[in-house]
Every structure is written in C-alpha cells, then in structure tokens.
Design a protein around this ligand. Structure first.
Ligand SMILES: Nc1ncnc2c1ncn2[C@@H]1O[C@H](COP(=O)(O)OP(=O)(O)O)[C@@H](O)[C@H]1O
Ligand SMILES: [Mg+2]
Length: 308
C-alpha cells in the first residue's frame, strides 16, 4: 500500500493509522517512510525510527529508508562481501559518481520496498503480510513512481533494467499494490489530487485504489438551526453575538468541505474515504488508534460497496 498527496494533508498520519489497523488485525506489517524527517516515532510514542527496521507495536515494524542505507543493503546483496563493498562504494570517486545519477536514490528506495514485499523466511514463507509506504509529496512522489518506467524505457537490459522492470510490474499490479491518495477537502489539495490521479494513471499505469479525504468536520447544525442563523441577520448583539459568529464560521467551513468532497466524488473514478478532523493533544498515540479503527471500518464498507 502506497500513500501520496500534497504536503501536510496527512499522508504520514494516514499511512501510520493504516499500518496500525493492519497490525491490529494480526497482519505482520512494515511501515516504510522514505527519507523524511521521522515523524512516525512521535505518533507511536517510540524512540527515533531510523534505517534499521524496529518493532513499534505487536506485529508492526517501522523503518525510515535513506537512499544511502538502501544502496548499501542492495550493494551488499549483490556484491555479498563487505570488503568489496567498502572498496567500491566507499571509494570517493564512485560515491560522488553515484550521487549525480538522477533517480538512483528513488530506485534504490523503491527497490527496498520491492525486496520486502517478496521477502521470505527460511521456510520460504513471506515475512510480511503488508508493506505500507509513506511516499513523498506530489511532485517528488510522481518522480519516485515514474523513475522505474523511465529507466526501463531508457535502457534495454542489464541489472538495473531488470530491477526497474520488476518494480514497474509490482507497482502496476493492482493485486499487489494499492495507491491511496490523501487530500484535504479544500481547493488546492483537491485540484492536486485530481492531477496526481491523472498522471499516475495515464503516465505511470498505476491504479488509484482510493482517495482519502482527511480532516473533515462533522456536520454540527440541523437545517432548522441553519435557517435560524440566517434569519438572525448580519450582526447579533451580545451575549451570544460571538457564539453566532463562530457557528457561522464553522458552518461556512463545513459547507466548503462539502463542496470539495462532492467535487472529488464527481470527478474521480475511485472511492472516496472520509476521515474526520481529530484534535491532537498530548496523546497522539490515542488519536492514531482512533483513526486506525475509523479507517478500518470505512475501508471495509468501501470494499463491500465496490465489490457488491
Ligand atoms: N485527521 C486529522 N485530524 C487532525 N489533525 C490531523 C489529521 N491528519 C493529520 N493531521 C495533522 O496534520 C499535520 C500534517 O499531517 P502529516 O501526516 O504529517 O502530513 P503529511 O505527511 O502529508 O505531510 C500534522 O500536524 C497532523 O497531526
Ligand atoms: Mg509526511
């Protein structure tokens, strides 16, 4: 499962909640963040999550992938011997050469995700039931998802071609990869989501599994209450003037979200999953648990609807 979308819309919160809901169902889950400032750690209330995979909950493991560490793992798998790795990759000329190959960082990070998807234990059983990737924001996200097919288009054979081809196949297989786009019900994020969906579909051949509309305000007022507010006129005297003002503001925000939610439903070919705005106080973990439950319930009913 891959999560992408505009920056700050809740990709990390949603991918973490989703990973948590999988783990709670008993699936052994790996949550991968791609080279970002670690945030999942504070969400799970654990120590820093770095390039080593660590258990953060029962059944839930997390890692923050860096291109450098992923490259080292990959090279060691291919080269087998540490000494050769050092001689080759810790050579200044080679490492500065690797730094300037465009897309190589992205390829090795996706390569690591690919590796874990197919990873097997000694008995030949899959190690992971789910691999959840918190992908970068829109522009970089597109670049990341595009790079394997760009590479297979540019070169026709060899180690890198094979690696990229396998990743393209994994990404394009709707049975193995689900892409969730996260958005807020606001103008810019919604437009960006529609654009992103179009690009990943047409240019990368990726199927969007769902769009998560995050941060929604629950409906507060009945139709009668709204009518009452309208009939009060523009300014209401104290002591309830401020309250009416706040209620109107809240209602306008809600109506705006409703409009953009409708736009998503009208313009898209995917199910829209609705997630509420929750207040994060000190207990971020509790909020995450709650979002995980909500996400699980909503996804289940979305699945049921799209199947039935
Ligand atoms: N459903 C929600 N309710 C309340 N706050 C949220 C919700 N989802 C995300 N946030 C807050 O929004 C901010 C951005 O979320 P984050 O997941 O880091 O975004 P992204 O990974 O897309 O940049 C964070 O401060 C997070 O706590
Ligand atoms: Mg993030």
């Amino acid at each position: 499962m891959l999560f992408s979308g505009k920056g700050g819309v809740g990709k990390t919160v949603m991918s973490s909640s989703f990973a948590l809901s999988c783990a709670r169902r008993g699936e052994k889950t790996l949550l991968m963040q791609l080279n970002v400032k670690d945030k999942a750690a504070s969400l799970f209330g654990t120590e820093e999550i770095d390039t080593e995979i660590r258990e953060v909950r029962e059944n839930l493991y997390a890692v923050n992938v860096s291109p450098k560490a992923a490259m080292k793992e990959y090279a060691l798998m291919v080269l087998k011997i540490k000494l050769i790795y050092r001689a080759v990759f810790e050579n200044r000329v080679v490492s500065s050469f690797l730094k300037v190959i465009p897309g190589l960082n992205e390829l090795v990070m996706l390569g690591k995700a690919y590796y874990h998807v197919g990873e097997e234990d000694e008995e030949g059983q899959p190690v992971w039931d789910k691999v959840v990737v918190d992908a970068p924001a829109t522009g970089h996200g597109i670049f990341l998802l595009k790079i394997p097919s760009v590479i297979t288009g540019l070169i026709g054979s060899g180690l890198m071609f094979e690696e990229a081809r396998r990743i393209v196949e994994l990404l394009q297989d709707p049975k193995r990869t689900a892409l969730a786009l996260v958005t807020l019900a606001e103008e810019m994020p919604v437009n960006e989501t529609l654009m992103l969906s179009d690009v990943v579909n047409k240019e990368i051949g990726l199927h969007v599994a769902c769009v998560i509309a995050n941060g929604l305000y629950p409906r507060l007022f009945t139709d009668e209450e709204i009518q009452w507010m309208d009939e009060l006129g523009p300014s209401v005297a104290d002591p309830v003037g401020g309250l009416v003002e706040a209620a109107r503001f809240r209602r306008t925000r809600g109506a705006m979200q409703e409009r953009y939610l409708q736009k998503l439903r009208d313009d898209g070919s995917w199910p829209v999953v609705e997630m509420p705005f929750l207040f994060f106080e000190e207990l971020e973990t509790a909020v995450l648990e709650e979002l995980a439950s909500l996400l699980e319930r909503t996804l289940k009913s979305t699945e049921a609807r799209s199947v039935g």
